[in-house]
Design a binder for this molecule. Structure first.
Ligand code: 13P
Ligand code: SF4
Length: 319
């Protein structure tokens, strides 16, 4: 539509005026991902978003995603202005892990190394020894396990259970889940596989164990896109937020992609597998943030210092 085109032009202009770069997650709207690509920004998984923002020489980062991604960008680049289309975009994992309760949980288990998922508040990160994203979590825990360390993990119980299974590490798990991935059903995926026996099943590790068990590949959003390219299969059943289809289909234009069902009866649900908070990012509020420098992320200086250490451990970790 014409108004979208006008918004896109305005955003392109404001990105230049503000010396800003757009960093978008794969789950945001196609129009935002397209714009990030077109303007020299990036579309990425949460680890790559953090790396890209920290290295880029723009003075303003516009982070299209959810709150923890903006906070991570600010913690890594305090000298940059970090804007988000909306500060309301949170994450069920972040909500389900309040810093005070989490801190008490850590206090009760002082013998454990605290590893938290990136999908947490700055205050939770500040209490951690390590921060990890899904693309690096197994490698980091494998390393800690080899050193004989026992782990306290938060907040995603499915990702934690998956890592525990892969590494054999002693892990105490917080009871959190992603409301999007928690809805995928093994039964529905199996029904779809019965229709297309030649299809491969690609799963994000925030999904329940029953779904991970029937996967041909498990990985972060970037890893799943790479796997889609590498696998010989022509049909792919994908269990993650449907925002990923924009880049995945670009990566494998000749392949047929299916949304993994979120209902046990095999019916695909057109709206379930989309994060309501990612969906809050739109061209309108993106333009507004740049125009008014609204939606700015601030992190308390002392908190930032504490949250930076476990984040830097992740960024400096070599497999
Ligand atoms: P990735 O690190 O795989 O991009 O995951 C982030 C996320 O929020 C998945 O729900
Ligand atoms: Fe959080 Fe799930 Fe949304 Fe990712 S998809 S931001 S884990 S609620």
């Amino acid at each position: 539509p014409a108004e979208d085109e006008a918004r896109v032009d305005e955003i392109k202009h404001l990105l230049k005026v503000r010396n800003a770069v757009l960093v978008a997650h794969y789950y945001t709207d196609d129009a935002i991902q397209h714009l990030a690509e077109e303007t020299g920004g990036c579309v990425a998984d949460s680890l790559e978003m953090a790396r890209f923002g920290a290295r880029h020489d723009a003075s303003t980062l516009v982070v299209a995603g959810v709150r923890f991604m903006g906070e991570t960008a600010k913690i890594l680049s305090p000298e940059k202005r970090v804007l988000m289309p909306t500060l309301e975009a949170t994450c069920s994992l972040d909500i389900g892990c309040p810093a005070d309760e989490f801190s008490a949980f850590c206090d009760a288990h002082p013998d454990r190394t605290v590893v938290v998922y990136a999908n947490t508040s700055a205050a939770v990160k500040a209490r951690a020894d390590w921060v990890v994203t899904s693309s690096i979590a197994v490698d980091v825990i494998e390393h800690l396990h080899a050193r004989g360390e026992k782990i306290l993990w938060a907040p995603d119980k499915h990702l934690g259970g998956y890592i525990q299974h892969k590494t054999g590490a002693d892990m105490l798990l917080w009871d959190g889940a992603c409301i999007v991935h928690d809805e995928f059903k093994a039964r529905g995926i199996q029904d779809l596989k019965a229709l297309y026996p030649d299809a491969a099943v690609l799963v994000h590790p925030e999904s329940p164990a029953s779904v991970v068990e029937i996967a041909d590949a498990v990985g972060s959003t970037s890893q799943l896109i790479n796997t889609a390219r590498e696998l010989p299969h022509q049909r792919l059943i994908v269990a993650t937020d449907r925002g990923i289809f924009f880049k995945m289909q670009q990566a494998v234009p000749e392949k047929t992609l299916f949304e993994a069902p979120t209902a046990g009866n095999g019916a695909t649900c057109k709206s379930c597998a989309h994060c309501p908070w990612m969906a809050m990012n739109a061209l309108d509020n993106l333009a507004g943030a740049l125009r008014d420098t609204s939606g700015e992320i601030f992190v308390d200086a002392e908190l930032r210092q504490r949250a930076l250490k476990p984040l830097e451990r992740m960024l400096n970790f070599k497999r």
